[in-house]
Design a protein around this ligand. Structure first.
Ligand SMILES: O=P(O)(O)OP(=O)(O)OP(=O)(O)OC[C@H]1O[C@@H](n2cnc3c(O)ncnc32)[C@H](O)[C@@H]1O
Length: 495
């Protein structure tokens, strides 16, 4: 007591100083916590948009992509906001009235105006890429092809978006951008981990693309694409087989069977009981069909189903030509292909067909068995079992399933072992697998060649660490000024 009194007398301010330090300390902590909380509060997110039209052989689809305005170079951040499927056939089917090709896009473009906020319209890039249908039309008639492109250009220019062009993309681009899309959506590019090959089956062409080591790639420059993405180098093998999409392959198989010139064609690729009259011209008019319509036949023939999967595969095998391989190894038609390196993602018609046939997770042998069973089911029973399915697709599933089997095994040389490396996919993280996203990412430079420098700590981690260190300093400070505190003793003093 005497000591304390003595201390107080020596330093009458000491209790006021301690109170002041404590108040300042508490105020500092409250200020720090408030700053940390406010700093971590998510900002009101602003988005940017991009629109890509996939003008395919069978139809056109309008894809609207959205991404946070702040982090354009961050992988996995662009996602599909909306897809609008244009009514009617693909733009290449408007060769007889090209002006209608553009008109067919109007409804979906109006929808796009509603999905993209008005304040973003002017800055939203708009691209149209046409694929195999237009490649074929340009081979048939360049003038009409230009008119169709002119017609879609006119309509797209009239929209409020930033029109960037309508062009026919090459098969190589279609394959490579499909590969970029699935690997971007899987977040594999930024991680620099192993990549997934891309198998795309369209209506008029099919693409196979996968990363491979450099060995042997010098053999065929036209099948090689190189990319540097996020600081990693990729050498891709890619090939697009024009005329080997699902619809053109069907025509090829049928044309070959109809060559005999009989009034009816008994087709193992269609279910028994199926019977439809077809014009020869509908089969032989495609530039994919080299042979002409058989001479001395009528105007049409009856297409009759026989429902035999093994015979169907034999018929399909005949559309893969074998002119000899001038490389160390080939897939089909004398096209170079290095050993396949999986895993693979198979999309578009690969998915539509295998999903319908419930074959997305079967072994190769299981797939063959199920195809035998499906094809031998009578047509009337198939129709009864699937009342809601579009009849054209339903009639073609026996052919389509067998075509996929044949393309993957006889064509690309997948085996029972490598079959399991294929995953049939439609979407990844809500965005469709296909070339459109990769195309837009490339044209908007959204995937940098080098990995962007990132701060050693994420923002939240940085604020938390700062807070923690401040608290530790404050506690140490309190302990160091402890000697100034008035000592309270609980011992009763006996005087
Ligand atoms: O790339 P290209 O060759 O130009 O063709 P595309 O862009 O028109 O091709 P899609 O991927 O849109 O479709 C591929 C094929 O799948 C068909 N298809 C679409 N939906 C289907 C479904 O539910 N069942 C079966 N086939 C389907 C469509 O008619 C095409 O023949």
């Amino acid at each position: 007591m005497a000591e304390q009194r003595e201390m107080k007398e020596k330093n009458p301010w000491h209790s006021a100083v301690v109170i002041l330090i404590t108040v300042l300390g508490i105020t500092a902590i409250v200020a720090l916590v408030t700053t940390a909380v406010l700093q971590n509060k998510p900002l009101l997110q602003k988005y940017k948009y991009g629109i890509v039209l996939d003008a395919g052989s069978s139809h056109t689809a309008v894809y609207i992509y959205e991404w946070p305005a702040e982090k354009e170079n961050d992988t996995g951040r662009v996602h599909q906001k909306h897809i609008c499927k244009v009514l009617g056939p693909g733009i290449s089917s408007y060769s007889h009235s090209p002006e209608l090709a553009g008109e067919s896009l109007r409804t979906c473009m109006k929808q796009a105006e509603r999905f993209v906020p008005i304040r973003r319209h002017r800055e939203t890039p708009l691209y149209l890429g046409a694929t195999a249908g237009m490649r074929l039309l340009s081979m048939e008639n360049q003038n009409v092809c230009d008119q169709v492109l002119g017609s879609v250009e006119k309509v797209l220019r009239s929209t409020p978006f930033s029109y960037q062009g309508a062009r026919i993309i090459s098969g190589q681009e279609e394959g490579a951008f499909g590969w970029i899309t699935i690997n971007y959506l899987d977040d594999r590019l930024k991680q620099g981990s192993g990549t997934t090959g891309a198998l795309d089956l369209g209506g008029a062409s099919t693409q196979i693309t996968f990363a491979t080591n450099q060995e042997g790639m010098g053999e065929s420059a036209e099948n090689t694409v190189t990319f540097r993405l996020y600081g990693n180098d990729y050498i891709l093998y890619t090939h697009s087989f024009l005329c080997y999409g699902k619809d053109q392959a069907l025509k090829k198989t049928l044309a070959q069977q109809a060559q005999v010139g009989n009034s009816s064609v008994l087709d193992p690729c269609f279910n028994e009981g199926y019977s439809v009259d077809r014009n020869y011209s509908s089969v032989y008019s495609s530039p994919c069909i080299m042979a002409g319509k058989p001479l001395e036949t009528g105007y049409s023939f009856t297409h009759i189903g026989k429902g035999d999967a093994s015979q169907c595969q034999q018929a399909i095998r005949r559309i893969f030509t074998n002119p000899g391989c001038n490389f160390s190894r080939c897939s089909f038609n004398g096209v170079y292909q290095p050993p396949i390196q999986g895993p693979f993602g198979a999309f578009s018609a690969f998915y539509f067909v295998m999903n319908f046939l419930n074959l997305t997770s079967d072994s190769l042998e299981g797939t063959r068995e199920k195809m035998e069973r499906y094809c031998s089911t009578p047509w009337h029973q198939i129709k009864q079992q699937h009342p809601g399915v579009k009849e054209k697709y339903l009639a073609e599933y026996c052919f389509s399933g067998n075509y996929i089997l044949s393309l993957l095994t006889d064509g690309y040389k997948f085996t029972s072992e490598t079959w399991s490396t294929i995953t049939f996919i439609k979407k990844i993280s809500g965005s469709d697998a296909g070339w459109t996203l990769g195309y837009m990412l490339n044209l908007t430079n959204m995937i940098p060649a080098e990995a962007p420098d990132s701060p050693p700590l994420p923002h939240a981690g940085y604020v938390t660490l700062l807070l923690f260190i401040s608290l530790v300093i404050f506690v140490i400070f309190l302990f160091s000024v402890k000697s100034l505190w008035p000592r309270c003793t609980t011992q009763t003093q006996i005087i």
